[in-house]
Design a protein around this ligand. Structure first.
Ligand SMILES: Nc1nc2c(c(=O)[nH]1)N[C@H]1C(S)=C(S)[C@@H](COP(=O)(O)OP(=O)(O)OC[C@H]3O[C@@H](n4cnc5c(=O)[nH]c(N)nc54)[C@H](O)[C@@H]3O)O[C@H]1N2
Ligand SMILES: Nc1nc2c(c(=O)[nH]1)N[C@H]1C(S)=C(S)[C@@H](COP(=O)(O)OP(=O)(O)OC[C@H]3O[C@@H](n4cnc5c(=O)[nH]c(N)nc54)[C@H](O)[C@@H]3O)O[C@H]1N2
Ligand code: SF4
Ligand SMILES: [Mo]
Length: 764
């Protein structure tokens, strides 16, 4: 590797910050923000520098390992891949294809190789028992987009750089750097917003880091956002503030929304939400009366008992006030690889409720069942029970509700394999762990988050480090397993052309396909010259891709795609390689109604399943406001879901896995500064230090997720020394939002009491 500066994109979170890595004699000297990156313009958060720690981490697995009576034993790749394929095949043959379960975790989405190879891998697994982080996360956004716009990933993104009013509900972008809104340097962007006379409003049960830079802040009782938003809708109609702007022509059922809102006067929801009626009215008035305004909602409003309704209503409020698809409102990103269009061409606009899970009859979304029912499917005997499991880049023991029950479920399987480079709370249950390369050892292109960014940009980075002969990328592991499984399924032999297809795919890897996607995309270079060399290989690959694989749609797209004629052209991997800082494709642009995917080309403002779910909201309102202590989550800028805790520079300093509690509730529980608290629910109990502060609403306590590294048998020395406790050990997997099956990660009831040291016990 050459000495000098290597530019790439940080792949840890959705913000896609550009980084500049200084390398000397093969060693990283520094990791800094890339001032020439068109999206992040030099901003990075502290996690970027920890990419070096991840790369150099001695605890990171680099060879496959197998569990034996004498501990973990290294294996050769071929031996490991053969063994895994054979075990999975055997279970499938004996117990049917749904006896294999699969969970795909968050980092897959930051990995274009895993995304491209993921579909043939899942097809080869052939199971309907698929799960992912989606149902602990953005499922309500996907369902609302599917029902209203006809496409599961067509998300309205705040045009934050041009808006004059940003209303942020249930999100903390100062810590998270945005989600379904890739927004590096949120602080800087809010500073600019204020400098142009704009305003930030935050609504959250905790006075978060984002709330602290807001011009207006309101506490809200967890789980009541749908009531607040319905009352805002009510105000819009009552005060004749509804004005859809150009969306009027292509939006239907406005009157159904008016009727639905009738029962939700601001006065009626005030007690439940904790907001004064006049404040609710003012929120609606500000949104309506500010021409460039965007209302944005995220984790706090999606992963709760009324997450489906609240997320839908956030979209509705933007539409009723004419903010959809307008400058400074909420707009649709038009990235260089348009996964929205590709998905549509491949018949992948999304689907919901086509089948229901075996045990709890929960609906599938996009072919996945809710993660809250994963343990049910493993632990409940009968036809279709999951007996073998595959995890790829996921740690559900810490990230899904009722982690202890998942511990039990995973430890009772016939076989488990994890594709992951850490021995952690989940992978410790595996029989074989297959460790992929880490971020700096592979090329990078943000297929997914480029679609959710506040600006159109594109960037491709080659691998910084050569991965070496004896390592495998995620995509290689997936393709190797898929190929073996398909072969076993076919009785040991595949037709010659299929065999050639697998070999070609493994040989070319994902990047030529990425190149084709770029060239055939809206800013693409002419497809012609690209075809020459790789086309025969790609033709073979097409043959083995599932019928609905988005890549199959490439042939039908072209740089001359009707809706995109005015865009700059010329992108390919080669072109992007010459622009290592990335390329700016401009601010968000209006693109409706041309980008609607509903059959009638109209926004469906009042889908039936949402109207039907309003009965539950009426019931909530009819009951007195709860007096229970409600648990919510939080994120910290130096933490990343359940991992990156093995980096000393990230975990150092003040303990972060604490219970945040108000002085009032602390006094009621007899808690004082310096104490530890036992937080319990019907699901379990955890112990953690308390932080007593007025920054949280009385009646609410907050615990971050992703901690709890004190389980036995994990191999991350730094993380174990900063173990913390797992919030998901006290979150019930019985509670889901019935609308979509999303986990209720915020707003469950808990009890809190003082914890005394003599009761301490290490977890099994
Ligand atoms: N209570 C509560 N629970 C939550 C949340 C919450 O707010 N509150 N948030 C939810 C959300 S939004 C999410 S997205 C989920 C995340 O939860 P998961 O999807 O389960 O993922 P992570 O916790 O990020 O764990 C990532 C795993 O992938 C491994 N890994 C990292 N990079 C790679 C890679 O390149 N390849 C492979 N093969 N493995 C890799 C890591 O070692 C780690 O084991 O957690 C959810 N859980
Ligand atoms: N540093 C860091 N960055 C991350 C991650 C990380 O783990 N660490 N994870 C990444 C991932 S996978 C995701 S999905 C995104 C998530 O990004 P965000 O959605 O911004 O995530 P959170 O910080 O969890 O913000 C949720 C907020 O909702 C509030 N809240 C809880 N319950 C309620 C409620 O009932 N109503 C309202 N109105 N608010 C409520 C919480 O107090 C919290 O402030 O972050 C990404 N970025
Ligand atoms: S905010 Fe931090 S973790 Fe996220 S992409 Fe930027 S540098 Fe990486
Ligand atoms: Mo997430």
């Amino acid at each position: 590797m050459e000495n000098g500066t290597h530019y790439r994109t940080c792949h840890l979170c959705e913000a896609m910050c550009g980084i500049a890595i200084e390398v000397q004699d093969g060693h990283i000297q520094s990791i800094k923000g890339d001032v020439d990156d068109p999206l992040s313009q030099g901003y990075i958060c502290p996690k970027a520098t920890a990419l070096q720690d991840l790369h150099e981490d001695p605890d990171r697995l680099r060879k496959p390992v197998r569990r034996t009576a004498d501990g973990w034993q290294e294996m050769d790749w071929d031996e490991a891949l053969d063994l895994v394929a054979e075990k999975l095949h055997r279970v499938r043959k004996e117990h049917g294809r749904n006896s294999v379960g699969a969970y795909l975790g968050n980092p897959n989405v930051h990995n274009h190789g895993a995304l491209i190879a993921g579909m043939p891998f899942l097809k080869a697994l052939g199971t309907q028992n698929r799960f992912s982080a989606t149902s602990n996360d953005q499922l309500p956004h996907m369902l609302a987009s599917l029902e209203m716009f006809g496409h599961q990933i067509l998300f309205p993104i705040p045009d934050i750089d041009r808006t004059d009013l940003f209303i942020c509900i249930g999100a903390n972008p100062m810590a998270s750097n945005g989600s379904l809104m890739s927004v590096p340097d949120f602080r800087g962007r809010i500073k600019s917003l204020k400098a142009r006379g704009g305003k930030l409003v935050v609504i959250d049960p905790r006075r978060t880091e984002t709330a602290k830079i807001a011009d207006e802040f309101h506490f809200i009782r967890p789980g009541t956002d749908a009531l607040l938003m319905m009352a805002m809708v009510h105000t819009l109609f009552e005060e004749k503030l509804v004005d859809l702007g150009h969306a009027e022509k292509w939006t239907k059922d406005v009157d159904l929304i008016r009727l639905a809102s009738l029962g939700f006067r601001p006065e009626a929801v005030s007690d439940h939400t904790g907001l004064a009626a006049e404040d609710i009215r003012n929120l609606a008035r500000q949104l309506a009366n500010t021409r460039k305004a965007a209302l944005y909602s995220r984790m706090g409003t999606s992963t709760q008992a009324f997450g489906g309704l609240a997320t839908w209503l956030a979209y509705v409020l933007n539409i009723l006030t004419g903010k959809l698809d307008t400058t400074g409102g909420v707009m649709f990103t038009q990235p260089a690889i348009d996964m929205v269009a590709l998905g549509a061409v491949g018949g992948q606009k999304g689907h919901f409720g086509r089948r229901f899970s075996r045990v709890k009859k929960l609906p599938e979304f996009g072919g996945e069942f809710p993660s809250s029912t994963m343990a049910d499917e493993m632990l409940t005997p009968g036809e279709g029970q999951i007996r073998a499991f595959v995890t790829v880049a996921g740690n559900p023991v810490l990230s899904s509700p009722n982690g202890s029950r998942l511990d039990e479920a995973f430890s009772n399987l016939d076989f488990m394999v994890s594709v992951d480079y850490f021995l952690n709370e989940t992978t410790r249950h595996a029989d074989v762990i297959l460790p992929p390369t880490a971020g700096l050892e592979r090329s990078h292109y943000d297929l997914i988050f480029s679609m959710f960014a506040v600006r159109n940009t594109a960037k491709y980075s080659p691998a910084l480090y050569d991965a070496g002969e004896d390592s495998r990328h995620d995509w290689q592991i997936m393709l190797e397993l898929a190929h073996r499984l398909e072969k076993l399924n076919a009785g040991g032999r595949l037709p010659l052309r299929m065999e050639a297809g697998w070999r070609a795919f493994k040989q070319i890897g994902p990047d030529p396909i990425l190149d084709l996607m770029l060239r055939s995309g809206p800013y693409g270079a002419d497809i012609g010259p690209a075809r020459g060399l790789v086309q025969p290989a790609i033709d073979l690959v097409m043959d083995i891709l599932p019928q609905n694989h988005p890549v199959r749609g490439l042939a039908k797209l072209s740089p001359l795609n009707r809706h995109w004629q005015d865009l700059p052209k010329g992108l390919s991997i080669k072109a992007l390689s010459q622009l290592p800082n990335g390329v700016d494709l401009g601010a968000l642009r209006p693109c409706m109604p041309g980008r609607l995917f509903t059959p009638d080309q109209k926004v469906n403002l009042a889908p039936r399943r949402y109207l039907a779910d309003l009965d539950r909201l009426h019931e909530l309102l009819a009951q007195p406001a709860t007096m229970d202590l409600l648990l919510i989550g939080r994120r910290h800028v130096r933490s990343n879901n359940s991992w990156m805790h093995n980096s000393q520079r990230l975990v150092k300093g003040k303990e972060r896995c604490t219970l945040i509690i108000s002085p009032k509730d602390a006094a009621r529980s007899g808690l004082q500064a310096g104490d530890s608290a036992e937080v319990s629910s019907a699901t379990g109990k955890i112990v953690l230090p308390v932080e007593i502060t007025d920054d949280i609403m009385p009646g609410v306590v907050s615990v971050p997720h992703g901690w709890g590294h004190d389980r036995t048998g994990i191999g991350q020395s730094v993380a174990e020394a900063h173990a913390g406790a797992s919030i998901n050990d006290i979150i019930s997997d019985e509670q889901v939002d019935p609308l979509a099956g999303t986990s209720v990660l915020n707003g469950q009831s808990v009890n809190v009491k003082v914890w005394r040291a003599d009761r301490q016990r290490k977890r099994a």
